[in-house]
Ligand binder design. Structure first.
Ligand code: URP
Ligand code: ZN
Ligand code: ZN
Ligand code: ZN
Length: 454
């Protein structure tokens, strides 16, 4: 298979230029002006369009046990929705409930994904308990190319680990040269505040945010940074949501802690008033860390444009309306999460680039390249270069549309971004040289995705 993409404007690695791209098989073979059309090649005219490296979502939940229920997507639905939105690689949190052994979790997650993902994928290995067995499994899986861990400082009694387990995990990560991603909220404080609010009869979704306020996340972030400092490990704060936590992360970076920062699209665009809607309408917007006061959004956008925030992910985690009803009488029982895997790129492009908050170059860096670099995928992924995988997004900035659950491909019955306008969308997406998406429809091989060893 040979594919020639003509007349597009490539944006990659901080540069923008017009050139044609020749793809042979799965790989980019040539980039240059006016390339000759090889015999039998499929030709795509990208005039008036941008060509981006396939986008990478480094924080996704497809299969997730939570509050006795499971997130709704399958690897089939999640990966196809991702591709339609321009995401050609996702890294899923492999998060066994604390009672399940990691080796068994590895089997569960990989068997669910294998042969069912249309896009390439990898896993962060969730360390939800610490014992000899976990350590041995981690060593084995790192040797097989799974080079990132995930820890939860929150969710006491579920995914959360204590400081002993955190220290041991970071020590091992340092030894093996593995990056550790962390959900940073102080679990004890959350548990205490939840009990206090419930005892006061405060049971609605509007109390979710006050049960884990900004200070609790700032403490979690500083706490993680201190443990990184003491162990010399390399860390990555997931879904940082507020200015005070950002300050804690930047202070740590300033004193030389090897820490990167992720924000997720819900925190950039939605605020806590969504979760203050009564009943299940609010529950739809319950995630952790919670949607915050709107005043936090400007500092996050500004740090993102400066590159102090490294990546923009989704924390995609679809629970449907019936599942959100599980918390009708008690906000602590609402399954946490908001779906966004299909909409991240278009939302970041629209409210970042198109509406003037983010340069086109930083957009590509934050939504693709930086994740590839941090998680050992670069330059195979995250860049338009000769020799890289031909994961390409031909993006139409003239498209205008509106997000709606009626047109969404995620397996869920609501969208957190219902009615949001979008100023662009992918017109063609390729997965290792094969066209997978054409004008909003999946047209590819539903089983093309490979597990990426890093
Ligand atoms: O609310 C969220 N974020 N749900 C998924 C689990 C997690 O904390 O990432
Ligand atoms: Zn989390
Ligand atoms: Zn602490
Ligand atoms: Zn998450």
């Amino acid at each position: 298979m040979t594919l020639l993409i003509q007349h597009g404007e490539i944006i990659s690695d901080g540069q923008r230029y017009r050139a044609d791209i020749l793809v042979e098989g799965e790989t980019i073979r040539r980039i240059g002006p006016d390339l000759e059309v090889p015999e039998g090649a499929q030709v795509i005219d990208a005039s008036g369009k941008y060509i981006f490296p396939g986008f990478i979502d480094p924080h996704v939940h497809i299969h997730l046990p939570f509050m006795g229920t499971f997130a709704k997507d399958t690897h089939t639905t999640g990966s196809q929705a991702a591709l339609i939105g321009g995401t050609t690689t996702f890294i899923e949190m492999l998060a066994p409930a604390g009672t399940e052994e990691l080796a068994s979790g590895w089997k569960t997650w990989t068997q669910m994904a294998e042969g069912h993902s249309a896009s390439d994928y990898s896993f962060h290995l969730g360390v939800t308990r610490w014992d000899d067995e976990t350590e041995a499994t981690l060593r084995g899986l790192v040797a097989q190319g799974m080079k990132s861990f995930k820890v939860f400082l929150a969710y006491k009694g579920a995914f959360g680990i204590d400081d002993h387990a955190l220290y041991q995990t970071l020590k091992l990560a340092r030894e093996l040269g593995v990056i550790v991603t962390a959900h940073c909220e102080n679990a004890e404080l959350v548990a205490e505040l939840q009990q206090k609010l419930l005892a006061e009869g405060k049971t609605g979704p509007e109390w979710h945010e006050p049960s884990r306020p900004e200070a609790v996340e700032a403490e979690g972030t500083a706490h993680f940074a201190t443990f990184l400092e003491m162990t010399g490990a390399k860390g990555y704060v997931v879904h940082l949501s507020n200015a005070r936590a950002l300050e804690a992360a930047l202070k740590a970076k300033d004193r030389g802690v090897d820490l990167s920062v992720e924000v997720v699209i819900p925190h950039l665009l939605l605020d806590k008033t969504y979760a203050e809607r009564p009943g299940v309408e609010g529950a739809k917007y319950v995630m952790s860390p919670p949607l915050r006061d709107k005043r936090n959004q400007d500092p996050l956008w500004e740090a993102l444009e400066r590159g102090q925030i490294d990546t923009v992910a989704t924390d995609h985690c679809p629970f449907d309306v019936a599942q959100k009803h599980l918390g009708d009488d008690d906000f602590t029982r609402i399954p946490n999460g908001i779906p966004a895997i299909e909409d991240r790129v278009n939302l970041l492009y629209t409210y970042g680039v198109s509406r003037g908050r983010l340069s086109l170059e930083r957009f590509v860096d934050a939504a693709s390249t930086r994740a590839a670099q941090l998680f050992g995928l670069y330059p195979r992924k995250g860049t338009v270069q000769v020799g890289s995988d031909a994961d390409l997004v031909i993006y139409d900035p003239a498209y205008r549309g509106t997000i709606s659950t009626r047109t969404s491909h995620v397996n869920n019955d609501y969208s957190g971004f219902e009615g949001f306008e979008i100023d662009g969308r992918p017109s063609v997406v390729t997965v290792r040289g094969q066209v997978a998406v054409q004008d909003g429809a999946f047209v590819g091989d539903p089983a093309r995705g490979q597990l990426l060893r890093r």
